[in-house]
Design a protein around this ligand. Structure first.
Ligand code: BTN
Length: 272
């Protein structure tokens, strides 16, 4: 991997809007130089509902958060980090399987950018050639609001430093620089992801995760493979059958088909 830049040029928001094309007016995008966590910032001060999807990207996060209380580690220029505040129609029920839908949109965007061997690891890691390329952290906005709203946080490895050590990843980690011959700048990458999130979440909102399930299953990294699920009192070893209509993981063990809800659990490959 190449040496990392000490500082990055300011993001080119005009290039971002240009890459979004007709979808640009649907988004209100801010790009901060530094932020503790883009998820925390949107959760703590959600922008007024003006009908747009508010996106906050940060060149550097000082306290980026991952699932299961982990950190999203930061090095200059190493990753694309942003969050989107998604407001659902007032009639929408509690979002089930939302983080899987987001993972699917991310996978589709990466495929369109030319990344090969993209797969999804339940509930919401995106892998390339078996190694983690991106992660998703979905958090619901608290309170009794007219419509449910979620902060969708995405971290995508762009160019990890050679010395980067990211614990807890059995398949290792990878970045876009490794997965693409000439990785594009961060603006078109963000535009590609937002352009895929928009229709995928429109489908999700209309029909729930059920309509996206097949597309998710096609990319399931552990389809029909032995896995071990642990955490939150669960310790299940069995064959991964994929995702249920509501995004729960289905694992077949000696007792039958078990459903695992996406909480603070981890999924790992298990020896056959
Ligand atoms: C994971 O893999 O555990 C999820 C990682 C999510 C990281 C992103 S980076 C942008 C947003 N802000 C955060 O603090 N976390 C998410």
């Amino acid at each position: 991997m190449d040496a990392l830049p000490e500082s990055l040029p300011s993001p080119d928001l005009a290039a971002l809007a240009h890459a979004l094309g007709p979808l640009a007016p649907a988004f209100a995008i801010r790009w901060a130089e530094t932020c503790d966590s883009t998820n925390s910032a949107l959760l703590e001060a959600p922008p007024e509902n003006d009908g747009k999807i508010h996106v906050l990207a940060a060149t550097r996060q000082t306290a980026g958060r991952g699932r299961r209380g982990r950190q999203w580690l930061a090095w200059p220029g190493a990753s694309l980090t942003f969050s989107a505040l998604w407001r659902f129609t007032p009639a929408a029920s509690a979002p089930a399987g939302l983080s899987l839908a987001v993972g699917l949109a991310l996978a589709r965007a990466l495929e369109k950018l030319g990344v090969a061997a993209v797969a999804l690891k339940w509930p919401n890691d995106v892998l390339a050639h078996g190694a983690k390329l991106a992660g998703v952290l979905v958090e619901l906005l608290p309170g009794r609001r007219a419509a449910p709203a979620a902060v969708i946080g995405i971290g995508l490895n762009l160019r990890l430093p050679a010395e980067a050590v990211i614990p807890g990843q059995p398949g290792g980690v990878t970045d876009l620089a490794r997965e693409m011959a000439g990785p594009p700048a961060r603006e078109p990458v963000l535009a590609a992801i937002l352009a895929e999130l928009h229709p995928t979440l429109a489908t999700y909102e209309r029909a729930g995760f059920g309509l996206l399930k097949n597309a998710w299953q096609q990319r399931n990294a552990f389809a029909n493979l032995p896995v071990r699920v642990s955490g939150e009192g669960a310790d299940i070893a069995g064959i991964c059958l994929g995702a249920d209509e509501d995004g729960a993981l289905l694992v077949r063990d000696a007792t039958g088909v078990r459903r695992v809800l996406a909480g603070e659990v981890s999924l790992r490959p298990a020896a056959p």
